[in-house]
Design a protein around this ligand. Structure first.
Ligand code: HEC
Ligand code: HEC
Length: 241
């Protein structure tokens, strides 16, 4: 993908969108088309997907107040040497990891597709620093209980980290998708489903691993950088778990 940016940068500056783009005619600058794709869940053809890139990533230098995402802001993301805490060494692979795992994309976006090229141009357009350092991504491998915290802080964390997808606590009102269960009510069955495991630990496991480590689904995992144990403990207090 970076190769595309280098060799074909000038060509990619204009991507002609045959009527693909909301019925508008004429060429749209690639970065602008990329921004639209970034904000549009229909980038993924899966009927079960309701996430866009913007669901999990801010695009400003500092994420807006009251927003705690699993993914980093993608401001200055384009020219990092590695992504995903060093697991990915090509930007397109870093994007496709999200596209396939979280957005249920059937196959990775090919390198020469208008989608990947335009997303690239968009990410470049919000990446003024060509020397931006890679960011850490620390996965909690073995989940253990965390110390409980302040309820008011927990409510803030819920609003900032969980509410966009899961909706209001207890009712799910306003949730992004009905696939995201009502919290904390969904934990009522956990005693039966996971005998001998405290429901809080099941929630910790889900938050820390998302769909990975045999958990399943398409919820993203929260690294230690995205959500501290202290904030997770406060959240559990708020959820009365
Ligand atoms: C459901 C949440 C979610 C969605 C949707 C999502 N991502 Fe991500 N993304 C993450 C998480 C979590 C990470 C790992 C933490 C990080 O590195 O930002 C990540 C990592 C990345 C990274 C690496 C950032 C870095 O410096 O390590 C890029 C680039 C990226 N995503 C781009 C995208 C793009 C483009 C889309 C849309 C096609 C997208 N993501 C959709 C959650 C998501
Ligand atoms: C990007 C959207 C998104 C965000 C943000 C998110 N979730 Fe989820 N969550 C989902 C979806 C979708 C599911 C159902 C699919 C799955 O299990 O992965 C889910 C499932 C869950 C489950 C399992 C429910 C069950 O059926 O047993 C728990 C627990 C949970 N989320 C807790 C949280 C908490 C706590 C937060 C905030 C720290 C959070 N989620 C943030 C989308 C999200």
């Amino acid at each position: 993908m970076r190769r595309v940016g280098g060799a074909l940068g000038a060509l990619a500056a204009l991507v002609v969108l045959a009527s693909a783009c909301d019925g508008e005619d004429g060429p749209v600058p690639a970065a602008e088309y990329g921004e639209r794709l970034f904000n549009d869940a229909r980038l993924s053809e899966s009927a079960f997907n309701s996430f866009s890139c913007a669901t999990c990533h801010a695009t400003t230098l500092t994420p807006p107040a009251g927003r705690m995402d699993s993914g980093y802001t993608l401001y200055d993301s384009a020219f990092r040497k590695t992504w995903w805490g060093g697991y990915e060494t090509r930007l397109l692979d870093a994007v496709n990891f999200c596209y396939v795992n979280f957005m249920r994309g059937v196959a990775p976006l090919p390198e020469d597709s208008p989608q990947s090229r335009s997303l690239y141009e968009y990410l470049v357009s919000i990446s003024p620093n060509r020397d931006a350092p890679p960011l850490p991504f620390t996965v909690v491998k073995n989940t253990v209980e965390v110390a409980r915290g302040d309820r008011t802080r927990g409510q803030e964390v819920y609003r900032a980290a969980c509410q966009d997808c899961h909706g209001e606590p207890h009712t799910g009102a306003g949730r992004l998708t009905e696939l995201a269960s009502v919290l904390p009510e969904v934990t009522a069955d956990y005693g039966e489903l996971f005998p001998g495991v405290p429901p809080s630990l099941v929630v910790i496991e889900k938050v820390r691993h998302g769909q990975f480590f045999g958990v399943g689904g398409n919820m993203p995992p929260y690294s230690v950088e995205a959500l501290s144990d202290a904030d997770l403990g406060a959240l559990l207090t708020f959820l009365e778990l």
